[in-house]
Design a protein around this ligand. Structure first.
Ligand SMILES: Cc1ncc(COP(=O)(O)O)c(C=O)c1O
Length: 420
């Protein structure tokens, strides 16, 4: 493997004095005030003003009736999956998941936290390939999946990197088959989609909706997530399950399995302080995306695409896809990769290695679920395996909203030099 610092292509470039991150938390000050207030008033557990206010503000922004603060987006997805399982197949025995014996159609190109809750509930994920227009679940592949497995009643889908998927088509298909949708909007908080002529927020489109405040997200609580719904019954259920499923008795009485998934009032203080900056963060991320697009336009690459008529992304991560004709020869094993230096060509591994050498953080695209060892024996419904192709040729670029223009210019220069 080549040492990027001594590679003549990179002569004259110095590593960044301060590391440039992929997407790191950006605090503004009010977070501290709300956390301090929780400590000063002794409300540091899973009840308190910060939770109430953060839930209220998020419900308002997304346009849903109820938001339930949880310890993580993954917790929200788990309880959403369990709610869907109970509605579809009834309450399960304590030792069994609600999806036992049932298949669920899932986004293939996503973080595994989207789909693991299907396994937590004993369901079998069937992965649906990705389309090239938004890098999300392909409606054609979804149609095909319903032809193969007409009994399926649940779809789990994510909006990749903050770009909404083809929700009008997917909703139509779901409705035609009487299937429910779990919307994983962990990466897309603040992104909008034009559904039936009306702009709606991602996180308000599914039958069950989830967002994340993980440290790398567009706004963060350091951790945390929320379940979003218009159903009071579902909101109450998630609140109850997330606090150990206590019944309203004087003692600890349990009729259902419980979880310790509720958001703490300290975390909610950080979330509460971040909420007013959601739009500012989106603007910063959009500017980053547009600067990459302009700065890379002379190279044989494209940016992560979106449908400008039907969607407004939150631009959480800027990503890049190398044209097939400009791909250097390379191979990936399970845990490592190799490439051959080729004039005029490069590959994601080489660009990521160059960025790392200059102290900037990029990342390969999500490795599709059907390629993951844990899920490799699951069904995958696809035409030409778009997910594998995107994973092979794509990468996430440093997209931190604190990155300066000058730093981004240098990153763009490093990428150019990889093609020399
Ligand atoms: C698509 C997607 N789903 C779910 C999650 C899980 O969220 P959390 O880390 O808050 O559990 C993440 C990110 O972490 C994600 O990117």
């Amino acid at each position: 493997m080549m040492d990027m610092k001594t590679d003549p292509r990179f002569r004259g470039l110095e590593p960044f004095a301060n590391r440039v991150w992929l997407s790191s938390p950006t605090m503004h000050g009010d977070e501290q005030r709300f956390v301090d207030d929780a400590i000063a008033t002794n409300w540091v557990s899973t009840v308190g003003r910060n939770i109430d206010e953060a839930e209220k503000a998020i419900a308002e922004i997304i346009g849903v009736q109820y938001a339930v603060g949880l310890s993580a987006g993954t917790a929200a997805l788990h309880l959403a999956t369990k709610l869907a399982g109970e509605r579809l197949y009834g309450r399960a025995k304590p030792y069994e998941g609600t999806l036992a014996g049932h298949r669920v159609f899932c986004s293939d190109m996503t973080f595994d936290a989207s789909v693991n809750p299907v396994a937590y509930e004993d369901g079998e994920a069937v992965f649906i390939d990705t389309e090239r227009d938004t890098w999300n679940m392909d409606p054609d592949a979804l149609e095909e999946a319903f032809r193969r497995y007409p009994e399926v009643k649940l779809i789990v889908l994510a909006h990749l990197y903050g770009t909404p998927g083809k929700m009008d088509e997917i909703r139509k298909i779901a409705d035609a088959h009487g299937a429910l949708i779990i919307e994983d909007a962990a990466e897309s908080l603040g992104a909008k989609y034009r559904l039936k002529g009306r702009w709606v927020e991602t996180g308000a489109i599914g039958d069950y909706n989830c967002i994340s405040f993980n440290g790398n997200k567009i706004i963060t609580g350091s951790s945390g997530g929320m379940f979003l719904t218009d159903s009071k019954e579902d909101a109450d259920k998630v609140r109850k399950w997330s606090t150990q499923s206590r019944e309203p008795a004087p003692w600890y009485q349990h009729e259902e399995i419980g979880y310790n998934y509720r958001m703490s009032n300290l975390i909610a203080g950080v979330v509460r302080g971040q909420i007013p900056f959601l739009n500012a963060h989106i603007e910063q991320k959009k500017a980053i995306y547009e600067r990459y697009k302009a700065g890379l336009k002379d190279l044989p690459v494209t940016m992560n695409p979106f449908d400008a008529q039907k969607s407004i992304p939150n631009y959480w991560l800027s990503c890049m896809l190398i044209d097939e004709s400009a791909m250097a020869r390379h191979s990936r094993g399970e845990l490592d990769e190799k490439w051959t230096r080729t004039k005029g060509k490069t590959c994601p591994g080489e660009i990521l290695a160059a960025l790392t050498a200059f102290r900037a953080e990029g990342r390969p695209l999500w490795k599709p679920m059907h390629m993951q060892p844990i899920y490799r024996n699951h069904a995958f419904v696809s035409g030409v395996d778009v997910g594998e192709d995107l994973f092979r040729r794509g990468l996430c670029l440093p997209s931190d909203n604190k990155m300066t223009r000058e730093e981004q210019d240098i990153i763009i220069e490093i990428i150019h030099r990889c093609f020399r």
